[in-house]
Design a binder for this molecule. Sequence first.
Ligand code: ATP
Length: 585
Amino acid sequence: MTAVRSLLRFWPDIRRKLHVYLTIIALTFAANAISLLVPALMGRIVDGPIAEQDLSALWLPIAAVLGIGVVEAVALWGRRMIAAKVVSQWEITWRARIYDRLQYLSIGVHGSWESGQLLSRAINDMTQLRRFFAFGAPFIVSTPFVIVTGIIVLTVMEPAFGLIAVLMAIPMLAGVIVFNARYQRESRASQDTMGVISTQVEESVQGIRVIKAFGRAPWVTERFEAISAHLRAIEVRKAYLDSWMWAGTMTLPRLAMAAVIAVGSWGVLAGWTTVGTVIAGVTLVMVLRIPVEMLGFLLSDAIMSVTAAARYWEVMDTAFDITDADGGIDDAPPSRAFTGVLEFDDVAFGFPDTDLLTLRGVSLRVAPGETLALVGATGSGKTALASLVPRLYDVSSGAIRIDGTDIRELPLNELRRLVSVSFEEPILFSATVADNVRMGSPGAGEAEVWEALEIARAADFVRALPAGLDTEVGEQGLSLSGGQRQRLALARAVIGRPRLLVLDDPLSAVDVDTEERVQRALREVLHASTTLIIAHRPSTTALADRVAVLDDGRIVATGTHEELLRTSRTYRDLMGASAPEEVRR
Ligand SMILES: Nc1ncnc2c1ncn2[C@@H]1O[C@H](COP(=O)(O)OP(=O)(O)OP(=O)(O)O)[C@@H](O)[C@H]1O
């Protein structure tokens, strides 16, 4: 029942189009129910014009049969025409909602789901729901009425025939209950496994270079075959259940038909019924066979849709854990002026899926316009620390403040306008160079884009691209080198001259000379921006106003590059690792 509730939760959308949807159901019912009249007409023909050999009385019932056929066809045509528009609108609305929700869920939540699961929910499950609401749902609502109407007509025609139909319905109902429980389990397993398959396809497409370079095609193929075999096993079990259900829904109407023929023939001989009534009864059972047989298919389709709906609501019900202070997320909060003091006050942080603390007792103050370089061994928590500033994650304890205000008190979108970020792994979207850079400051003019590209030392290579700023990059466009992509991502971070700049090793893939030129440009042009930069090379840390050394989640030293070279062994060790490069310079 809880499962069915997930389908009923679409009620507010359905209610808005209720008059249209009721028309769809009424047309479905009409198309199916009207054919129940044909057997009664058949009986009349046998007992009337045929028995009385009066052919002139034949044309009326035959015209009626023809009319019934026309009504049936028109109703089915109308149902489809109306359903297509309404239901495809629901599909895109629900898909848009799930997409929208995904944009607002935190990185922690995204991390806890496989991307393929989200993909299959947004695509396959929504398609399943569209098909169900267009076809399955109107039929599943109208079919029981058609069957009950048929049984009533049969009973009116001949009570003994009605009793036969009712007796057949009992095992049918029992079968449905058993089938329903088992099919639900298999359906969930099947749709979840589709999610895993999506993840594997996505991973292998994204990682195709690694797979090829390491000659690991057989390994990924094997992995894919294993999960496909798992899906196959589930689908086979589903098909077995389907087969039993279908065999049942096909056998029972035939049993009913045999019983009606037997009881009817006896009735004709005993004189309590007529040949026409028996023919009408048999024909009616034959007509009723179609909706009864459809029940099996409708039921499995409904269960898959219930599962799809449950998977949809799981995403939609996931709470936003990183929000504005009032629990919502304001898309357009007002902008205020900040001077840009960034302060970490006894910050501790652990990733959501572990009990371990990645950062402990971190206290730092970065003054407006100051550049603080953060250094530390790999895995020491630098990226974690940087992620806390735009609230990709929230601190576990302590606080981060901007101009004295806890960042959790600032509207999320105001904070993210205030803080610009560039990551080591630069992500470009399938769009032009200009649009990729403008993501950092929507509405920025061409001059601002060029200025940002100049700061990131990307202007020269962008000018050399086939269509300059309008060159398509990202997955569907031109391939850029790692260093080029990093510089575009940096341009995206610096456009609009943000008050606070968080740069997570933004130039790890560019040469030392370019890195130094970018660093100088950042200092000159963005002298008012407070900058936190994760760095590995002495060339970067030497240019920073101050350096903080992170060791196993704690700040162990702060000072200028020269001071730390003198006083911090950890710092010397870290820089020593880069010394050969500096010597080469
Ligand atoms: N999503 C996550 N869940 C749990 N632990 C994580 C997660 N991401 C990172 N970690 C762990 O947190 C620790 C700090 O990671 P972080 O990425 O901050 O290190 P880093 O100093 O930036 O390293 P690097 O210089 O290699 O980029 C590491 O031990 C890492 O394995």
